[in-house]
Design a protein around this ligand. Sequence first.
Ligand code: NAP
Length: 331
Amino acid sequence: MEFSAMVAREADGGIVLDRERGGEDFLGTGEVTIKVHYSSANYKDALAITPRGGVVRQYPIIPGIDLTGEVVASETDEFAPGDLVIAHGYDLGVSRNGGFAEYARVPAEWTVRLEGLSTRDAAAIGTAGFTAALSVQRLLGHGLTPDDGPVLVTGANGGVGSVAVDLLSTLGFEIHASTGNTGAADRLADLGANEVIGRLPEDPDAKPRPLGKARWAAAVDSVGGKSLAYILSSIGYGGAVAASGLTGGAELPTTVLPFILRGVSLLGVDSVALPIEERRALWTALGAELRPRHLDTIAAVAPITEVNQVLAAIKDGGHTGRTVLEVAGAF
Ligand SMILES: NC(=O)c1ccc[n+]([C@@H]2O[C@H](COP(=O)([O-])OP(=O)(O)OC[C@H]3O[C@@H](n4cnc5c(N)ncnc54)[C@H](OP(=O)(O)O)[C@@H]3O)[C@@H](O)[C@H]2O)c1
């Protein structure tokens, strides 16, 4: 079997992502061989082709932390040819070959059978949307209800943010969407945002206050950095922040005051190493009661051959929503 893949290689001090042909040498170890229908573009994929991006240790590699498709061969009774599946996270696309290829082989314990979602819808959700769902699940587990007050979503125009706005609005929450994209207000309102505000803190040069006015009951934050510090100081008594990202920086310049004077909780969200049973259960919910209502608005589709342009937009912080990468028949 010979097939096409986008391979990232180090060259001239940079990283070049280009189409190559390969076979068994492109497939990893594992029980499930998948004909990839779609991958998607995530912030981590952009880091994978950035020199010193910190996510890939060894090149060459086929990036793509998400892949959805159809099982073509299985060495376990758990999966059979024809099953529609998604695999994402774990080592995919960072320390073993990922989804930017026509075929992939993955361990059965990383594979999720799709229920109620097409391979395209599942790719539209992808790691970013799954992380949004996990963030919402963590807040609900904390006891958050729509009666508690408005919920803030940061990086709202991005992948995690857009899906978080959609899911929270389905659940009946009042949503304040924070974005640096001045043209995104109508789109975010369509997804369910009740108020659209700029990036936080509003004045990035102001001296950070350990505690400010309580503005939100909770937050889904994929920005991190000073923004997260500001949000923690603005959450109401007993509220929580589900934190998953670092587009605004990895440092967290805060104090203990929000935690010890307001009982605020900082809930860490990790989709990458999430145990498979929890992962499968959340995907089942995403195909049923938690299904995002606006996937067609949230996700654009591009052929895999345009992946370099899509990842460049993510790196520039100007990406909107999610981009599904069409793999089957698109090389
Ligand atoms: N913990 C996990 O398991 C997990 C999983 C998935 C993603 N993540 C992380 O979550 C973050 C978002 O991922 P994504 O796939 O949603 O990326 P994305 O689609 O590129 O969205 C990121 C958004 O962050 C905002 N942003 C970008 N640069 C910024 C800056 N300098 N300051 C403040 N805001 C900025 C922008 O939103 P606006 O245009 O609305 O301002 C951008 O659209 C990344 O850090 C990613 O690594 C973590």
